[in-house]
Design a protein. Structure first.
Ligand code: SF4
Ligand code: SF4
Length: 179
């Protein structure tokens, strides 16, 4: 497989600094609405804060990969004598729960590092986090060339997983004949 140079973008989370203000959720949902900033709905955010003030728990989690099936087991974490719920650290948009799914359509949400044209200096959640919880870095690495999958393909795959390919093809065919 051919090697290519790729920009690797990382956001490091310094969890102890988070105070649960949820500004990151607000700006992420606004940035990804169409047109930009036309709506704000934290349920559409690609970063979601585990928010349990009575237990002194606030923890931002980024939406990761779409998964068509739930995993076989569950993990529970105990950190600094605080119990975290099952799946709390998991970044997947999967059938076992509603997290990281667009609330109206059910389509999977995934952090895209605020890809935009022209490219942003830093992602919006990083820019808006006044407590410096989120630290953005970019480095270059040589990696195997692979096909990148965009949001449209991930969304279509999730529809196919839910309704079956035949139903999706029939729907597209019917829609295309309306024009
Ligand atoms: S904006 Fe920063 S401090 Fe506020 S919830 Fe998000 S990560 Fe935590
Ligand atoms: S990097 Fe951008 S897309 Fe990802 S969670 Fe932050 S604001 Fe949302």
């Amino acid at each position: 497989m051919a090697k290519i140079k790729k920009k690797i973008k990382t956001i490091t989370v310094d969890a102890d600094k988070c105070n649960g203000c949820r500004g990151c959720e607000i700006v992420c949902s606004g940035f990804h609405s169409i047109p930009k900033y036309s709506t704000i709905n934290p349920a559409r955010s690609r970063i979601q804060v585990v928010f349990r003030p009575l237990e002194d728990i606030w923890l931002p989690i980024f939406a990761g990969e779409y998964s068509p099936a739930e995993c076989m087991g569950r993990e529970k974490y105990l950190i600094d004598e605080k119990n975290y719920d099952e799946c709390e650290f998991c970044r997947a948009s999967c059938p076992a729960r509603d997290r990281f799914k667009e609330p109206d359509s059910g389509l999977p949400l995934r952090c895209d590092m605020c890809e935009d044209e022209p490219e942003l200096e830093q992602p919006k959640c990083v820019e808006w986090c006044i407590n410096d919880v989120l630290v953005y870095e970019v480095r270059e690495e040589e990696v195997d060339e692979e096909e990148s999958i965009d949001d449209v393909e991930i969304g279509l795959q999730s529809l196919v997983d839910k309704h079956g390919l035949k139903k999706i093809v029939e729907t597209f065919t019917r829609m295309s004949q309306k024009d």
